[in-house]
Write a protein that binds this ligand. Structure first.
Ligand code: URA
Length: 209
C-alpha cells in the first residue's frame, strides 16, 4: 500500500495556519501556498537517487554527489493545482509541467477530462500530481488513472490538505501512489468541503467568489 506522508515541519505548520485563516487575503494566500509547496518539494524529492561525479574545488579534485539524471514531471490539476507550480519550480527548475483539467459530468457524476497536455516522454518520468485539496478524492483518482492510461508508472500525489475520505479513495484505486500532505484534516462536510480546511482553494487563489 502507498504511504501517506504528513509533513511534520514547524515552517509548514505555521504557514498552513495562515493559509487556513479566513482573514488572509488573496495576495498573501498565493504567496503562502507557493511557499508551502516549495517546502513540500524538499520532502517529496527526498528519495531521488544520487550519483557521484568528479569536480574540482579551488583546492583539489573531489568526488561529490548530484541527482542522477532522474526525469521528473509535475502535473497540476486545474485550476487550484496551478497555485503550487511556482513553489515546486523554485526548487526543481528543470522539471516539465503537464496540465490536466477535469469536470464532473452532471448526469453520470463521473470526472471528464476537458484539457490534457503532458510531456511527450511521460513514460520515462516520475510524476508528482499537484492538487491542494484532497477532498472526495474523485479528481485526484481520475487524474492518476488518466496518467497511467498514457503510460505513467511512477506517480506521487502532493496536496496541501486532505480529508481521510479522499486519501482512502485514492489508495483504494491506486495503492502504488504515495501521498504527501501538508496536513490531514478531520473530515468532509455535507458539501464535500474539508473541515476545518481552508474553504475553496481555487476561489481563494484567484479571487473568484
Ligand atoms: N476543494 C476545495 O477547494 N476545498 C475543499 O474544502 C474541498 C475541495
Amino acid at each position: 500500500m502507498g504511504k501517506v506522508i504528513v509533513m511534520d515541519h514547524p515552517l509548514i505548520k505555521h504557514k498552513l495556519t495562515y493559509v487556513r485563516d479566513i482573514n488572509t487575503g488573496a495576495k498573501e494566500f498565493r504567496e503562502l501556498v507557493k511557499e508551502v509547496a516549495m517546502l513540500m518539494a524538499y520532502e517529496v524529492t527526498r528519495e531521488l537517487p544520487l550519483e557521484e561525479i568528479e569536480i574540482e574545488t579551488p583546492l583539489t579534485r573531489a568526488k561529490s554527489e548530484v541527482i542522477s539524471g532522474k526525469k521528473l514531471g509535475i502535473v497540476p490539476i486545474l485550476r487550484a493545482g496551478l497555485g503550487m507550480v511556482e513553489g515546486m519550480l523554485n526548487l526543481l527548475p528543470t522539471v516539465k509541467v503537464g496540465h490536466i483539467g477535469l469536470y464532473r459530468d452532471p448526469e453520470t457524476l463521473q470526472p471528464v477530462e476537458y484539457y490534457c497536455k503532458l510531456p511527450t516522454d511521460l513514460q520515462e518520468r516520475d510524476l508528482i500530481v499537484l492538487d491542494p485539496m484532497l477532498a472526495t478524492g474523485g479528481s485526484a483518482k481520475a487524474a492518476i488513472t488518466f496518467l497511467k492510461e498514457r503510460g505513467a508508472t511512477n506517480i506521487k500525489l502532493m496536496c496541501l490538505i486532505a480529508a481521510p475520505e479522499g486519501v482512502k479513495v485514492v489508495h483504494d484505486e491506486h495503492p502504488d501512489v504515495d501521498i504527501y500532505l501538508g496536513g490531514l484534516d478531520e473530515k468532509l462536510n455535507d458539501h464535500g468541503y474539508i473541515l476545518p480546511g481552508l474553504g475553496d482553494a481555487g476561489d481563494r487563489l484567484f479571487g473568484t467568489k
